[in-house]
Design a protein around this ligand. Sequence first.
Ligand code: GMT
Length: 378
Amino acid sequence: MKIGIVLYPTFGGSGVVATELGKSLAKRGHNVHFITYSQPVRLGTFRENVSYHEVSVSDYPLFEYQPYETVLASKMVDVVKHEGLDILHVHYAIPHASAAFMAKMILKSQGIDIPFVTTLHGTDITLVGRDPSFEPVITFCLNESDAVTAVSKSLKEDTYKHFSTTRPIEVIPNFITVPDDFQNLDRSLRECYASEDEFLLCHVSNFRKVKRVEDVLLVFQKVNAVKPSRLLLVGDGPERYKLEELCRELDLCERVKFLGKVTDTQQVLQISDIFILPSETESFGLAALEAMAVGVPVISSNTGGIPEVNVHGVTGFLSNVGDTDDMAKNALEIFKDDKTLEQFRKNAQVRARQFDLDSVVQQYEDVYNSLLEAVKIA
Ligand code: GMT
């Protein structure tokens, strides 16, 4: 199959999922064409069956806002025609689904029938999508997509709650590759960040308000007051300056390290003892699943799709949003002795295996196949 994948190429979860999906489809022998404005962060080096088509918008002085969506739609038309794509798969509704609809209509006028799949990732529905200035376009695109998927049951429910669509939405969860040699992962870098008698806590995000990274600092402060610990903060974003200030106010600078953006987060996760994800809303929580895959238990809020990933009392604990006392208490419960920490570590890994890449990629392939069958019949 020749598949066009449209995505945000950045560190965000939707971009990571779309890139890893494309890489895996390419390994299975499909021809994958990534279409976006810069090289996807997780794409890595040159690989078989993968091409990248850059969307570049000329900077005409006439425009105050550059028409990215229009250029993207034109690029999709071009790639579908000249590479002979069978299907388009767009990740994140805005503006990818509306650009795909436009491309589909242009191609139809030229006698080419191309189905497109829209995968909803979360903020396109729960935050951005609910903005009245986007709502009519998103509702229309949901109705016009040939198939719609959502990364969790919670996101599917939210979509029906906020948009007037009755379109069937298939839940296909995010996925992960769990390393086989979990016990032998390279943890040598740990000694650079924490001594043997200290616990190492970790958080990875894009430091937007919705992530409540200030709660990570508050949980850390409470844990550290009982058990000497260190905290690694991975990522960057609009809240970072305030967080650095809070860190100074709480007198935690010596124990907290802001690592900035890290391409291979597994390196950091595999030396950590606990992952903290206190988000206000989270459709899935891929970052938590990535931590669990390398045996790191998760202390999280109980919002959105997180409970579909992190199992309370088994792979970590869930607390109400903002309840940093409960989160700290739960982290200390995991740290109470080596046996307990080891059990949570194992449970986290076992649970992560249920989101195994191969079985999830198969679900996407099934969606593509059923759409291609429908095109053949029509
Ligand atoms: O969480 C972010 O800030 C990035 C965002 C995105 O759209 O890239 O992540 C969303 O999609 C991820 C992949 O499906 C999910 O794991 C995240 O939970 C979801 N974020 C939110 O819902 C806030």
